[in-house]
Ligand binder design. Structure first.
Ligand code: ATP
Ligand code: MG
Ligand code: MG
Ligand code: MG
Length: 439
């Protein structure tokens, strides 16, 4: 992409409404545009990051055996009356009427709808296990939308729903999502810690929130320092092997970790002072087993091997891709701007032409651009006539992981400079070698 043809509305000033660094940087880097309270448009740069985040989520959901679908945002109130949640949900639900005066709502979540799909088709235990997910916009009329896309009213969610014959099957499904989440967040350069979370009126111990430690987090969390060094399962993890998956979950649930609602002072006191991490955290994912909470009132049952009907045992598994982007920035930035992990960076490489219009600089940049693009790299070529200082500032602000700096003096000597955004290290290389390095 040539910057002269891109839409990158950079803000020079710090927007006054932004209280936290991720919100500030997303506005300044031209990633998002606020349209109303808790409502944002995603501009080209932001949309690219969002797509990369969703792609990682998809790959890891698919790897764990979940199947992607897409359900509507607008739902019928009658479906929610079946589960009893239409009255219970309260003011966070945006209620709408259509032209026939029918009660509708903008979905805050999809348990009811996916249960309706399940019960319409699946009748036998032989068709289980099943896990269906989608990545779709949600609306929650939050009391206090704030911090940009961190807590917005309209936000993207990946929500998966598992269906099993019994608790044992449901637990295996839960474990698969647990391990899939560990991999998902690690691939985005994040250290997410699974913490025991409140299961509310359903009880049981099968609910974990995945938390990123950050000072600006809204939750108070407590965990053992050991989490910082635990090994994240690799690509070779066999999701069809229930024992292997359960082993990973065991390792990742053994050290103490809890959100404040689940905090157990007695257990906490037993941990050596130096091993305790008491911090603030951002909830980026949440997994939940809830058994027959929806299958029973909504009649989602299958015939078991015993020939009898069983209400299916369900779980749901959420990740907030839009919130995740803010969390990534909270975890990875400096005073100059965003430092994207390469896996989610909007572009892999930036080419900075220090003297656009200079025939030699233009020629070298054009050549670099076409070679890197042909090698499959996503390149942002700054071909504008801005001054070099401004170009460097932009490249750092939007967090391009690698920057190739092309100036007249270097070009005359057959060299260009490569800069690593994270370390700040610069290296001068012959043009050919630089192209090889980043191509
Ligand atoms: P919170 O405690 O922050 O209000 P929640 O517990 O209500 O979140 P869940 O119902 O567990 O959220 O939804 C799954 C995921 O969706 C969350 O872990 C989070 O990543 C994301 N999410 C929830 N609410 C919002 C929001 N208002 N804005 C952005 N993302 C959100
Ligand atoms: Mg909430
Ligand atoms: Mg929560
Ligand atoms: Mg939650």
């Amino acid at each position: 992409m040539r910057l002269s043809r891109y839409f990158l509305p950079i803000l020079k000033e710090n927007p006054r409404e932004a209280e936290i660094v991720s919100h500030r940087l997303m506005l300044r880097a031209g990633m998002i545009r606020q349209q109303g309270a808790g409502s944002f448009s995603w501009l080209p740069l932001g949309k690219k990051v969002l797509d990369k985040v969703c792609r990682i989520i998809r790959e890891e959901q698919d790897r764990a055996g979940a199947l992607e679908i897409l359900m509507p945002t607008i739902q019928s109130a009658d479906l929610w009356r079946e589960s009893g949640r239409y009255e219970d949900y309260g003011k966070e639900m945006l209620r709408i009427k259509d032209r026939h005066e029918r009660d509708m709502l903008f979905g805050p979540t999809n348990e009811e709808m996916v249960t309706e799909i399940f019960r319409s088709y699946i009748k036998s235990y032989k068709d289980l296990p099943l896990n269906l997910y989608h990545i779709q916009w949600k609306f929650r009329d939050e009391v206090r939308p704030r911090f940009g896309v961190m807590r917005s009213r309209e936000f993207l969610m990946k929500d998966a729903y598992s269906f099993d014959l019994d608790f044992e099957g449901a637990k295996a499904a839960y474990n698969r999502m647990f391990v899939s989440y560990l991999r998902t967040f690690t691939r985005m350069g994040l250290k997410a810690i699974p913490m025991r979370a409140d299961t509310g009126p359903i009880g049981g111990d099968l609910s974990h929130e995945f938390i990123i430690l950050a000072d600006t987090g809204e939750s108070e969390v407590f965990c053992h320092r050991d989490y910082l060094d635990l090994k994240v399962p690799g690509e070779a993890t066999d999701f069809t092997n229930d024992d292997e998956i359960a082993g990973i979950v065991r390792d990742w649930t053994t050290p103490y970790a809890a959100t404040d609602e689940m905090h157990d002072e007695a257990a906490w006191d037993k941990i050596a002072e130096g091993d305790r991490l008491s911090a603030r955290g951002i909830e980026v994912g949440h997994i939940f087993h809830f058994g027959d909470k929806y299958s029973k009132p909504m009649g989602a049952k299958v015939t078991g091997p015993d020939g009898k009907d069983h209400n299916v045992s369900m779980g749901s598994y959420g990740i907030g891709p839009t919130r995740l982007i803010a969390a990534i920035i909270e975890a990875s930035h400096d005073e100059n701007g965003i430092i994207w992990p390469e896996s989610v960076a909007p572009f892999d490489v930036g080419i900075i032409n220090m003297k656009a219009g200079d025939a030699e600089c233009d020629r070298v940049c054009d050549e670099l651009y076409s070679k890197l693009t042909a090698a499959g790299r996503d390149v942002l070529y700054d071909d504008t006539d801005q001054r070099p200082g401004g170009k460097f500032a932009t490249a750092d602000l939007i967090g391009l992981p690698w920057q190739m700096i092309v100036g007249p003096r270097g070009v005359a000597a057959g060299e260009i400079e490569i800069k690593n955004r994270r370390t700040g290290e610069r290296e001068t290389l012959p043009i050919e070698a630089a192209t090889k390095r980043l191509g």
